[in-house]
Unconditional design. Structure first.
Length: 127
């Protein structure tokens, strides 16, 4: 579906590496939604959209916090710093970005966050 849409767009004059795949992928997703809706007798698109908005809002503070910490650490540990300084500054920034997202997601009570928790270990009966 994606390849056919991209080919059709090429013949219609839509050129460039970005617009064609984006439009073709969108067409594929719409077609898949139509097919799934028929098979599943409906889709919960309202819940899906609400979850996508909450997840996007929870992710918003992550890049500024990560970039800010990376900039500070990279200035101290970067190219002129100790060996591995760039790895440390990038690793700490990525970890802080992840913690920022997880904290915001927890505050916003994003239900999908709980789906990533490991299942509790089964209790063994005492003999």
């Amino acid at each position: 579906m994606t390849a056919l849409t991209a080919l059709a767009l090429y013949h219609l004059g839509v050129v460039g590496s970005s617009p064609r795949p984006a439009i073709a992928t969108t067409a594929s997703v719409v077609a898949q939604c139509v097919i799934l809706r028929r098979i599943l007798h409906g889709l919960e698109l309202g819940r899906l959209l609400a979850a996508a908005v909450r997840i996007t809002l929870a992710a918003a503070p992550s890049p500024p916090s990560a970039v800010g910490v990376w900039d500070l650490l990279d200035g101290a540990l970067g190219l002129r710093g100790p060996p591995g300084g760039q790895v440390v500054s990038l690793g700490v920034a990525l970890f802080l970005g992840l913690l920022t997202y997880l904290g915001a997601a927890k505050l916003m009570r994003i239900a999908e966050l709980d789906q990533n928790r490991p299942a509790p270990a089964p209790r063994l009966a005492r003999c």
